[in-house]
Ligand binder design. Structure first.
Ligand code: PA5
Length: 328
């Protein structure tokens, strides 16, 4: 059993950890920007989908600085596992410079020592940000609750923990089947707008980082208006080298559900369908976590099949070091 597989098994406890922390006392605001990259940034994507279901506004920011419109009615949550990601530090610094309430979520690093934050959530350390997704997302949700942007998040965190526990207990056959179908191929993950696409982006990132393999995602209905044509001219290429996974959420718009079925039927002529995974649970958080954790396990299985270690991401570290050495 790999270290990363064991870490994925801690996801229910991570979600319960977040349910047990008190929402930090921060100024009440009507909307939020969550700034973070990669394995930390997914916390913002998850928060945004939950906010949408609650009729609240959470914008995800994955670059330097902050959008011009961000102002006094906003709380900025800067989330970085290491606390040293330059884009996130840039967004946090911009919030302080503009006098916008800033809350940081990190294990430590420069984000911890940045002056001007109104509150800070300290995360327990973990070998990799992506292995801490439950704590990262949970902490961000608690901050958004504390700032009044989201309603109570504790019950959803507990439901998500139980649902993930159930999924983990019974996923082996599905994981083996999907990983077997994706092995040696470029994975493309389709999810419906909302829960499905957030999970699809997590699958993609996990296959990239754990499986060290190429993967891409797309969303329905948008892919019906462009990408579906891209599967038609080179069926030999796609049949031999690619495979698609569909993520279905029971709460998808009924027309999206229909689109997913018809799209599968049309695409099956030119590319193998590696699997169709259905969400479980009631809250958007539980559903996104239930879909994502299957992808987490598939990515580790792909790593095993490719004989690579899922944990290290040396090329990301190399890139960060090269950038740190350049003053541009
Ligand atoms: O998974 C990874 O290692 C990356 O995607 C990181 O999460 C990303 O580079 C950002 O780093 P951090 O999460 O420390 O802010």
């Amino acid at each position: 059993m790999s270290e990363m597989r064991d870490l994925i098994g801690t996801l229910p406890d991570q979600l319960r950890w977040a349910a047990d922390i008190d929402p930090p006392m921060v100024p009440l605001r009507s909307e939020a920007v969550v700034a973070g990259m990669g394995g930390s940034g997914i916390a913002g994507d998850i928060a945004a989908v939950i906010a949408e279901a609650q009729g609240a506004r959470v914008t995800v920011h994955k670059s330097y600085g902050l959008p011009e419109w961000v102002g006094g009615d906003t709380v900025v949550v800067a989330v970085s596992h290491s606390g040293n990601t330059e884009e996130t530090l840039s967004a946090a610094g911009e919030a302080v410079a503009r006098g916008i309430p800033l809350v940081t979520v990190s294990v430590g690093g420069e984000l911890e020592s940045l002056g001007g934050a109104v509150a800070r959530v300290a995360l327990p350390d973990s070998p990799q940000p992506r292995a801490s997704a439950g704590r990262l997302a949970g902490a961000v949700l608690r901050v958004l609750e504390g700032s009044g942007v989201l309603a109570s998040t504790g019950p959803d965190l507990r439901e998500a923990a139980s649902v993930v526990e159930e999924v983990l207990a019974g996923a082996d056959a599905e994981v083996d089947r999907i990983a077997g179908a994706l092995r040696g191929r470029v994975a493309v993950i389709y999810g419906g707008a909302g829960v499905g696409v957030v999970a699809a982006s997590r699958w993609k990132a996990q296959i990239n980082e754990n499986g060290k393999a190429p993967a891409f995602w797309a969303t329905l209905p948008e892919a019906n208006h462009n990408e579906i044509v891209g599967w038609t001219a080179h069926p030999d290429l796609s049949r031999d080298s690619m495979a698609v996974v569909f993520l279905d959420d029971e709460h998808d718009h009924p027309r999206v559900t229909l689109r997913s079925i018809v799209t599968r039927d049309l695409m099956a002529r030119s590319v193998p369908i590696a699997g169709v995974v259905s969400s479980r649970g009631i809250s958007p958080l539980a559903r996104v976590m239930a879909l994502s954790v299957i992808g987490d396990l598939v990515s580790v299985r792909l790593a095993e099949l490719a004989n690579v270690d899922p944990v290290p991401v040396d090329i990301i570290e190399d890139l960060k070091q090269r950038l740190a050495g350049s003053g541009e």
